[in-house]
Design a protein around this ligand. Structure first.
Ligand code: URE
Length: 666
């Protein structure tokens, strides 16, 4: 289906990447010059801990919008009908909503953290730190490889560009701007990516449901879906219909999705970093707005492209006509590109390429800076150079950004050569990482989790999940192969086992000898100055301390102090406000989760309701209205919130240009 030229493929991937890197670099320079932002390690890796609600929400949406969000959601729509987009969206947005609870606890209990692993290190010991370091990096590796695996498959399918070249060229521009600007640059880039993604989602939706000569209305789509169900009814759906939530395979996918995505939010330092960068009072709102806004991306896009693929594949304008899309191509994520080409021809292919490019690069930048801070703070500063200055930390983080950028590409190529595709990896990730979800959550929310539980639960849970996954493949299919381990049944067993066993093991071990942690240690963690290392007792002193070797051992990385005034500390009144935010996060994210995964879908599942034409029209209108509301929340709201800073930048540029022209005139 390579309907675009290879040259255009290189043009978009390489050209866009470099142009974007150039724009981001200029924006970072402008921020430094006109907003007085400093290049300190705290600024580079924590964005000054003052980012406002809208921008954090936009960054959460952007880093949570993977290639899979766009491709896999359309694949499950194609396979299971309208339940696929719903379960993709609900099964992966509740984690972001629930993460608001951890985000605000991080602010309250460790306001000066750089990574979530620092909390583990302070609360427990080196062994626990190693365990969570392993899960954290494994998460980053899986997510990064998955981004490039999905992205490169689409680029190759649409342009014929070499897949290996795509794996290495897609992250190139990202590496450049992340190197230059750090976390703050990724926030600005995330924002621009989110704008483009939301606009393209709306473009596809309005095209399919209002202007397309092939579909053009929800009513016509309804008719086409009924014809498709008559030709190839869906196994496990009520009456074989595409127009029902009563889909057993859809529900199974929903549960797998729910379990596997907890790990990729809770164990991925990228989401902790956004919480760290957020201003304390923005944190909860940002994750709630981010989660609800993100819901619209897979829901609206897959209700458009995934569903259009079912409706249009019997039309000669569909790229695979007269055949259906091959199962291997469905798993590789090629449903959405096929539908986009059927709807908009070459323009559709370019729009999908752009969409994928934006999703892959913004999520990749989040992964790069997340790995960079983990390696800098939890490897280099923790075990190699505890006395590192801010400047040294920045140098290390630069090296990690560049190194991991290359490693990402290598990993994606290796997985492709093994034969692992986007769909397989998407369902597998939870089996490998979700056993650490509840132990991480307990580390911040439960004073009784002891160190043994923190070490044993994630690893023990991983053994249980892998055993359950492989045993189910063997029992269900009779052998263990790539194909049998990729079945929904095996993945469901592995994902459920991971999430549940990690929590269960931790609770049992902790209750045998409960800890009683007060979080005083995590609260006293300090920030880093860029060139001064001080002992914990020297906060009031401005003198640098000369440390001899034995002393060095005792001063752990986590006690390296900074100038006192930079550290975040909350007085009683402020503490009370944060406690109120924490309560709000718990009940609001709890209610939203119950609605999104129980109250909304389950009555529709158990009632075997098949959508009427009017109901389907209402469903489509809801998806479009949700996408418009999300667009306002994550594209217009951040600009409104930052209007003062934008005004200062424009005044600064104007002043700079006019002073230059008057100097030239003299
Ligand atoms: N971010 C996801 N799960 O699409």
């Amino acid at each position: 289906m390579a309907i675009l030229s290879e040259g255009l493929g290189y043009g978009i991937v390489l050209g866009f990447g470099l142009v974007f890197a150039g724009i981001m670099t200029v924006i970072t320079t402008i921020q430094k010059r006109f907003l007085g932002e400093k290049v300190t390690s705290e600024e580079y890796m924590a964005a000054g801990r003052s980012v406002k609600t809208g921008l954090v929400a936009s960054a959460v949406v952007s880093s949570w919008t993977w290639a899979a969000t766009l491709l896999q959601s359309s694949s499950v729509a194609y396979k299971y009908g309208i339940s696929g987009p719903f379960w993709y969206a609900s099964g992966a947005s509740v984690q972001v909503l629930l993460f608001s609870v951890l985000a605000i606890e991080l602010k309250r209990k460790c306001p000066n953290a750089h990574t979530f692993l620092e909390i583990i290190s302070i609360r427990y010991d080196r062994k626990a730190h190693f365990v969570f370091l392993f899960f954290s990096l494994l998460t980053n590796i899986i997510v990064s490889a998955m981004l490039l695996l999905g992205g490169s498959a689409v680029v190759t399918a649409l342009t014929g560009m070499n897949t290996i070249a795509a794996c290495f060229l897609l992250p190139l521009g990202v590496i450049i701007y992340t190197l230059f600007g750090g976390l703050k640059a990724t926030f600005v880039a995330d924002y621009t990516h989110t704008v483009v993604i939301m606009v393209i989602v709306l473009l596809f939706s309005f095209t399919a449901y209002t202007t397309s000569d092939l579909i053009g209305s929800p009513g016509k789509m309804y008719d086409l879906l009924q014809q498709a169900a008559a030709l190839h009814p869906v196994d496990g759906n009520h009456e074989g219909s595409y127009l029902t939530m009563a889909s057993s395979q859809g529900l199974m996918f929903g549960i797998i999705n729910l379990c596997s995505n907890f790990g990729t939010v809770f164990i991925d330092n990228a989401y902790w970093q956004r919480a760290i960068a957020a201003s304390p009072h923005s944190t909860v709102k940002a994750y709630l707005i981010g989660g609800l806004s993100w819901f619209a991306i897979p829901f609206t896009l897959a209700t458009t492209l995934g569903i259009s693929a079912i409706a249009l594949e019997s039309n000669e304008r569909f790229p695979t006509y007269p055949d259906r899309i091959l199962p291997s191509d469905v798993s590789a994520g090629l449903v959405a590109p096929n539908a986009a080409v059927a709807l908009l021809g070459d323009g559709g292919a370019v729009a999908v390429l752009l969409l994928i490019f934006m999703a892959v690069t913004s999520a990749a930048s989040a992964e790069l800076i997340a790995v960079s801070s983990v390696c800098t703070f939890d490897v280099y500063r923790a075990y190699i150079n505890p006395m590192a200055t801010g400047k040294q930390l920045i140098r290390v983080s630069h090296a990690v950004v560049a190194g991991f950028g290359i490693i990402m590409g290598v990993l994606a190529v290796i997985l492709k050569e093994i034969g692992i595709d986007l769909g397989y990896l998407y369902m597998l990730m939870g089996v490998l990482i979700s056993s650490a979800v509840l132990p991480v959550t307990f580390s911040l929310l439960w004073k009784k989790q002891n160190v043994v539980a923190a070490c044993v639960a994630p690893l023990g849970g991983l053994c249980v999940s892998v055993a359950a996954w492989l045993a189910c493949a063997k029992i269900y299919s009779g052998e263990i192969t790539l194909a049998t381990t990729g079945t929904d049944q095996a993945m469901l067993a592995g994902n459920l086992a991971a999430l549940i066993s990690g929590g269960l093991i931790s609770v049992v071990i902790s209750l045998v000898k409960p800890d009683n942690y007060t979080f005083e240690g995590t609260r006293s963690l300090k920030q880093v100055t860029d060139d001064v290392v001080r002992t914990p007792d020297s906060n009031n002193s401005t003198e640098d301390v000369v440390v001899d070797e034995p002393q060095k051992e005792e001063i752990t990385t986590l006690q390296v102090a900074s100038s006192k005034e930079d550290d975040l500390k909350f007085d009683q009144e402020e503490d009370a406000k944060l406690a109120k935010s924490a309560r709000f996060a718990r009940w609001s994210s709890g209610i939203l989760t119950v609605v999104l995964i129980l109250l909304w879908p389950l009555p529709m599942f158990f009632s075997n309701y098949v959508f009427s034409r009017d109901f389907y029209t209402g469903w489509v209108v809801l998806s479009i209205v949700w996408a418009i509301a999300s667009t306002i929340a994550v594209t217009i709201y951040p600009i409104w919130e930052s209007r003062d800073a934008i005004g200062v930048v424009f005044k600064g540029i104007f002043g700079y240009l006019t002073s230059r022209s008057s100097t030239n005139a003299v």
